[in-house]
Design a protein around this ligand. Structure first.
Ligand SMILES: Cc1cc2nc3c(=O)[nH]c(=O)nc-3n(C[C@H](O)[C@H](O)[C@H](O)COP(=O)(O)OP(=O)(O)OC[C@H]3O[C@@H](n4cnc5c(N)ncnc54)[C@H](O)[C@@H]3O)c2cc1C
Length: 401
């Protein structure tokens, strides 16, 4: 069997490695040219994502690309400590979630896949797909080239073209009301404890910062506002965005304004979209994985981890079930409920960042109790302790999780 994978972000190379482990050939077609993977700031790979990567032996390079961040401390804009919580769980051997620059995660996965002999073609943007004459699928790319295989796997992100090839009526991403910025300051933020994300519910926007091992500070800002239009993006320089952010956080306790003024942006004016439910995940020999099927808001910290889980489960289904239609149905059956629940949880977390003044006061009163009683390691275990055993065969019909 040969699988064609559209998209070489996070889901793409992990799916290719999982398929290879299942004895299935895979080739990855990434739209960007080599070097185009530098975009983006930092994301979390949580313990469940590390566990999935471990199933295909790809956890070590990923861990090396980032740094451990096991804890979140929540603070109000007045500097009051609202609570603390695990950031992404802990595996049985003590491995904790890691914060990783997306470009380094991308590079680590590409190098690992290439080292295993997996072909990743850059500059190949999927444009169309149709059933091939003798079975399987024939795909075409924007550069006029074509490829054929038994299966097309769309790992092509939140704006996935494969999703629309499978179902022309498929939904697009939903704007969640927050514009995202990510940056780096080559200086520390005072006494910030290593491995701790400080999350500040500011008066007008949300700010997170963590010390990185190089001695600098990784930070992000989520700003409640209308989505950034193409015209606004084109007309706004990084320096202008930074000035707007410094003003937004002026008056809040904490280092936000200083970090923004003293650093640089790596992700600017990114209107955050999620994808709560995609009705059709597969049709014939075509299927979607990762953000293409279920993009969470970054507030969930689960995008990359769910993508890795999808990859492992899909490969197991293709390995164990007698034909592609049964495998794709089993994959959806095993994944849909879990990922939709995580996307919904991420949307709830994001909405705590966008209240008005009354909601803000209530939130600051309620959050200490919420974090003490409701957001505990136990209550989050269904996300972080999720384990996919590579050797346990998938049976048909699948057990839903
Ligand atoms: C440039 C970029 C920067 C990001 N930065 C952040 C960040 O800072 N923080 C964060 O939390 N999340 C970020 N994300 C999202 C995060 O990577 C995903 O939520 C998550 O890792 C799931 O990965 P995925 O592989 O499903 O999707 P993605 O990581 O989005 O990967 C999809 C890949 O498909 C490729 N692609 C798209 N269309 C086509 C096509 N027609 N043909 C072939 N390939 C195609 C894209 O170029 C991309 O490489 C970013 C995504 C991208 C693409």
């Amino acid at each position: 069997m040969k699988a064609l994978i559209a998209g070489g972000g996070i889901a793409g190379p992990v799916t290719a490695m999982a398929l290879q482990r299942a004895g299935i050939d895979a080739e990855v077609f990434e739209a960007h040219r080599p070097g185009g993977g530098e975009a983006g700031s930092y994301l979390t790979v949580a313990s469940n994502g590390l566990d999935a990567l471990r199933a295909v032996g790809a956890d070590t390079p990923v861990l090396a690309a980032g740094f451990p961040t096991p804890t979140n401390v929540l603070l109000s804009g007045t500097g009051r400590r609202l609570g603390s919580a695990s950031n992404g769980g802990r595996l049985a051997d003590g491995t904790v979630s890691h914060t990783i620059k997306r470009a380094r995660l991308y590079q680590a996965l590409h190098e690992e896949a290439a080292g295993r002999g997996i072909r990743i073609e850059h500059g190949r943007r999927l444009a169309g797909a149709e059933p091939a004459a003798g079975g399987g699928v024939a795909v075409s790319f924007e550069d006029g080239t074509r490829a054929t295989g038994d299966l097309l796997i769309g790992a092509d992100g939140v704006h996935s073209p494969t999703r629309r090839l499978i179902d022309p009526a498929a939904p697009g991403g939903r704007y969640v009301g927050l514009v995202n910025f990510g940056g780096y300051t080559p200086a520390s933020a005072g006494a910030a404890e290593p491995g701790v994300w400080h999350m500040i519910f500011g008066r007008r926007a949300f700010f997170g910062h963590v010390a990185d091992p190089a001695g600098g500070t990784v930070w992000f800002a989520n700003v409640p506002r209308p989505a950034v239009s193409a015209a606004e993006r084109a007309a706004t320089t990084d320096e202008q965005w930074q000035r707007q952010l410094v003003e937004l956080f002026a008056g809040d306790a904490g280092p936000a304004s200083d970090l923004i003024a003293g650093g640089y942006l790596e992700l600017a004016g990114d209107s955050t979209h999620d994808l709560p439910s995609v009705p059709v995940w597969h049709r014939g020999p075509m299927v979607i994985v990762g953000d293409a099927a279920h993009a969470p808001s970054p507030s969930s910290g689960q995008g990359a981890s769910m993508a890795a889980e999808d990859a492992v489960v899909l490969a197991k289904c293709l390995r164990d079930l007698p034909d592609i239609p049964q495998a794709l149905a089993a994959y959806e059956g095993l994944r849909r409920k879990r990922v939709e629940r995580i996307v919904a949880q991420g949307a709830r977390t994001g909405s705590a960042k966008t209240p008005g003044p009354v909601g803000r006061a209530l939130r600051d009163l309620a959050l200490p109790l919420v974090f003490k009683l409701l957001v505990t390691d136990r209550s989050m275990a269904w996300i972080h302790q999720h384990h996919i055993d590579w050797d346990t065969p998938v049976s048909s019909p699948p057990q839903r999780v």
